[in-house]
Design a protein around this ligand. Structure first.
Ligand code: ADP
Ligand code: MG
Ligand code: MG
Length: 252
């Protein structure tokens, strides 16, 4: 599904990703953990094609297609979805309008027929029901005036509607209280499917009590320095990230 090899990327002239390798298979959930500033968001942004990052070496393929050669929209059409750590607010744009436009753009790109208003409303209501979200979400401007928790829920709602092949959730848990965390985690679990892979970026183990990952990776100083099963997240919770400095000093 996703195959990253030797990925190096800069912000400005500073290298942040120093040769990163990661393989994510179909239907798998991989958690990316690591200290603040280790490059987790950079990885998510580079994969989504956000401006301001320069890839200097390595490759990233989604189902054999070179992601790095594509525009952000083309990556989305291919089935890549990124839920941002800080979701953008679009004050003048109605959420329903925005989601319908996004979904129909993807359907057109895939050669599928567009949803009309009735079919789209039916789909939205179904997803709201599955995710236990309130219908009022639809009538508001995109993320504008939303609380932190509402923004994160709206990101999960977008993910559910767009049915991506690979979803990247960048610290979707940050700033959430325990109830909002559960709603987000339940939403993610409802989106689990054998055809959908997920990369869940999180600083804390807490979210992984509710979203059981198949694999856990530690990203530090722009590289994956350890990989394991979900027990690795518990070990990190106990040990913190202090040990990483010793490991990377030995490696350096
Ligand atoms: P994480 O998500 O793991 O906390 P980031 O990917 O946000 O880490 O940041 C990795 C490093 O890249 C940090 O040292 C950060 O200061 C730097 N960085 C990220 N984005 C920018 C930017 N736009 N301009 C300058 N430095 C940046
Ligand atoms: Mg951070
Ligand atoms: Mg980050």
């Amino acid at each position: 599904m996703l195959s990253i090899k030797g990925l190096r990327a800069n912000v400005g002239d500073k290298e942040i990703l120093h040769g990163l390798d990661l393989e994510i298979g179909a239907g798998e959930i991989h958690a990316i953990m690591g200290p603040n500033g280790s490059g987790k968001s950079t990885l998510a942004h580079v994969l989504s094609g956000r401006d301001g990052y320069t890839v200097t070496a390595g490759s990233a393929e989604l189902n054999g297609v070179n992601l790095l050669a594509l525009e952000p929209e083309q990556r989305a059409h291919l089935g890549l979805f990124l839920a941002f750590q800080y979701p953008v607010e679009l004050p003048g744009v109605n959420n329903t309008y925005f989601l319908k436009a996004a979904l129909n753009a993807i359907r057109r790109a895939r050669g599928e027929s567009e949803y009309d208003a009735v079919a789209f409303m039916r789909l939205m209501k179904e997803k709201l029901r599955v995710l236990h979200l309130d219908e009022s979400l639809l009538k508001r401007p995109v993320n504008f005036g939303f609380s932190g928790g509402e923004k994160k829920r709206n990101e999960i709602f977008q993910m559910a509607l767009l049915e991506p092949k690979l979803a990247i959730l960048d610290e979707t848990d940050s700033g959430l209280d325990i109830d909002a965390l559960r709603i987000v985690a339940d939403g993610v679990n409802a989106c689990r499917s054998p055809e959908r892979s997920m990369m869940v970026v999180t600083h804390y183990q807490r979210l992984l009590d509710y979203i059981q990952p198949d694999y856990v990776h530690v990203l530090a100083h722009g590289q994956i320095i350890r990989s394991g099963g979900k027990e690795l997240a518990l070990e990190l919770e106990e040990r913190g990230y202090g040990w990483i400095e010793q490991v990377t000093e030995v490696a350096a």
